[in-house]
Write a protein that binds this ligand. Structure first.
Ligand code: ATP
Ligand code: MG
Length: 333
């Protein structure tokens, strides 16, 4: 039996952060050992929300690829590619856009969030089609599994519906892709807001220096009622302890800190200092590897070029099957 296919991606809006790590990168590392993985840097998707500063995209693409390599995504095992270098995705997007209604797309919760967050008066045709473009990425790779954070699950649902619709109308070409979330499908931000996000400015980046991590942690949101270290504090839902649970390998230390926090026998400063230390322990090997990769001239370019060529070959095969199924392979050799 053919190996299962995995497809997911990230928009090159900036460097990757801890939310990406626990939300999807960790799963990708596991999946690449077993399955055929496609990881896209989704530059077309940027255009759905911003047309200013497009000049930054190139640098952001480079950063994302370096972040991938730094955490251990291995281009020997996984295909890392650039969405716009696989233009078949745009053609598939056009065909798939006929298979879903605008009212259905208007119901996608992330659309409402984006419209609110970015203060958009009326979404562009392209923004409404964000999940359709994503469906094109996923179906292009004929993926079975899509490792994503919780916010992306409704998009994968759109991709499933489109796949089902296509298969029903034209015969089975696409597997119905399944979203795969982790135990932490939504990592809280440094400011206590629900989501750590590049655009909310509440993230710790995987490539951040030890000093910057320390500074950010010391300013983190914590139990606001604790104006004095001898006031018993709340551990549950406290971002400082959520991060301790996720990134501090020393479980005994974490348990002891929680106990003292609840009793009101420890200051926030100490809990945060220990968190900064734990986070830096986690991030240091990533930083070291990233710096090594960044020193190799032409490496990122080569990975993108080779990966995109491989993805393009897959895309061509998919488009052939699509045209055949739709009886649209006329006037081609
Ligand atoms: P932006 O703020 O520009 O939208 P982002 O930080 O939300 O950026 P995306 O590129 O939109 O990042 O997301 C890439 C992937 O990472 C998606 O699968 C998304 O669900 C996941 N992800 C992003 N932030 C988090 C988070 N805080 N917790 C869990 N998963 C996350
Ligand atoms: Mg996002």
């Amino acid at each position: 039996m053919a190996r299962k296919r995995v497809m997911t991606g990230d928009r090159p809006t900036g460097k990757l952060h801890l939310g990406h790590y626990v939300g999807t990168l960790e799963t990708r590392l596991r999946l690449q050992e077993q399955y055929e993985c496609f990881f896209a840097v989704a530059d077309y998707h940027i255009l759905t929300t911003r047309l200013d500063n497009l000049g930054e995209i190139e640098e952001n693409i480079r950063d994302i690829v370096l972040d991938y390599l730094a955490v251990g995504i291995d281009p020997q095992k996984s295909t890392i590619y650039l969405q716009s270098l696989v233009p078949d995705v745009a053609e598939l997007h056009l065909l798939l856009s006929m298979l879903i209604s605008t009212t259905r797309l208007e119901r996608v919760p992330t659309l409402k969030d984006m419209i609110r967050g970015l203060k958009i008066e009326s979404p562009s045709y392209g923004l409404l089609g964000y999940p359709v473009l994503q469906a094109a990425d996923i179906l292009m790779a004929r993926a079975d599994l899509v490792p994503v954070g919780i916010d992306q699950v409704p998009h994968v649902e759109v991709a499933r519906e489109i796949a089902r619709r296509f298969n029903g109308l034209f015969g089975r070409v696409f597997p119905e892709p399944e979203a795969l979330t982790t135990d932490t499908p939504l990592l809280v931000g440094l400011d206590g807001r629900a989501k750590m996000s590049k655009s909310l400015g509440n993230a710790i980046f995987l490539s951040e220096s030890a000093e910057a991590v320390e500074k950010k942690v010391m300013r983190m949101y914590t139990d606001p009622r604790r104006i004095h270290p001898n006031i018993p504090g709340t551990v549950e839902g406290n971002p400082v302890f959520i991060y301790h649970d996720l990134f501090n390998k020393n479980k005994e230390e974490v348990d002891a800190l929680k106990h003292r926090y609840r009793m009101g026998t420890i200051g926030d400063v100490e809990v945060k200092r220990r968190l900064a230390r734990a986070l830096n322990g986690f991030l240091e090997p990533i930083r070291v590897r990233r710096a090594e990769f960044a020193r190799q001239p032409g490496l990122v370019e080569r990975i993108i070029k080779e990966g995109s060529e491989k993805a393009e070959r897959e895309a061509e095969a998919t488009m052939q099957a699509v045209r055949q199924a739709m009886k649209m392979n006329y006037f081609r050799d």
